[in-house]
Design a protein around this ligand. Structure first.
Ligand SMILES: Nc1ncnc2c1ncn2[C@@H]1O[C@H](COP(=O)(O)OP(=O)(O)OP(=O)(O)O)[C@@H](O)[C@H]1O
Ligand SMILES: [Mg+2]
Length: 252
């Protein structure tokens, strides 16, 4: 059975998509894992970062959630070796109809059940909110990875994240676990980065990944080439950090 991980944080721009697509590519490259990336964010960022033309999609995730396509029909292979179930803005247009469907929180979990055996990892890139799509991701996953950027507002958002996870555990009866919080966009020259990292470690304790993801121009540039950081800048600090995260995730 696949390990199912949602990459979740309600705050925008913290590195969810950057982490999802590089982790997916690294699990294939360094550990020959069979990886499916599910993009449940209408921005389509993680799919686009792996080179998928998100404005020219055939069947996509919204069709699966509406039970109009099987998930198999939506899978797009990429040159990185990662299989992707992509989305684009049409997913956002379907948010209200999807929210009205019976069993709306379990649509994704049910959709992936038939293909779980085909993969070692299923990674789900969440949108920056706690709407029906993020809840579907949390209900389909066993664990969450929580990227947190090194800012005061990043730290402030942790209470909201914990509350969302508590609601899923208590009201939806799903024992979602924290695989780990991940410090992202870390700049060692900056005191704020050090302070936020210390508070984050205080809060999450051993539920914190040891890897620190640095702020680098190469990580920002790689998506425009449709490449993971391992192809775009294999010897840089971004690739080293994401390879270290890949190894930590393999050991979960
Ligand atoms: N470590 C990093 N160093 C430099 N740039 C980064 C880093 N991580 C992410 N970025 C850039 O910051 C922006 C936001 O990152 P990303 O899209 O991964 O965040 P997100 O949490 O998925 O955002 P959203 O909430 O909008 O989905 C992107 O332009 C990305 O390329
Ligand atoms: Mg994103």
């Amino acid at each position: 059975m696949a390990h199912k991980l949602a990459i979740f944080n309600m705050k925008g721009g913290v590195g969810k998509s950057t982490t999802t697509y590089n982790l997916a590519a690294g699990l294939v490259k360094f550990h020959q894992q069979r990886v499916l990336l599910i993009d449940i964010d209408p921005q389509g960022n993680s799919a686009a970062s792996l080179g998928i033309q998100i404005w020219q999609l055939g069947p996509q995730l919204k069709d699966v959630l509406q039970r109009q396509s099987s998930i198999q029909e939506t899978i797009v292979p990429t040159s990185s070796g990662v299989d992707v179930v992509p989305s684009n803005i049409l997913l956002a247009e379907e948010e209200i109809p999807i929210s009205g469907l019976p069993g709306r929180e379990l649509l994704l979990r049910k959709a992936i059940a038939p293909i779980e055996k085909q993969y070692d990892f299923i990674l789900i890139d969440c949108p920056p909110n706690v709407g029906v799509f993020a809840v579907n991701a949390l209900m389909a996953a066993e664990k969450v990875i929580i990227p947190v950027d090194m800012s005061y507002l990043g730290l402030l958002g942790i209470q909201g994240i914990e509350r969302a996870l508590t609601l899923v555990r208590e009201y939806l009866d799903h024992p979602i676990e924290v695989a780990g919080a991940l410090a992202t966009r870390y700049d060692g020259r900056n005191n704020l980065s050090k302070e936020v990292l210390a508070s984050l470690t205080d809060h999450f304790g051993d539920r914190m990944f040891e890897t620190l993801i640095p702020e680098t121009v190469k990580l920002r540039e790689a998506p425009s080439h449709g490449q993971s950081i391992f192809e775009y800048d294999p010897s840089g600090s971004g690739a080293k950090a994401y390879q270290s995260l890949v190894n930590e995730v393999m050991a979960l």
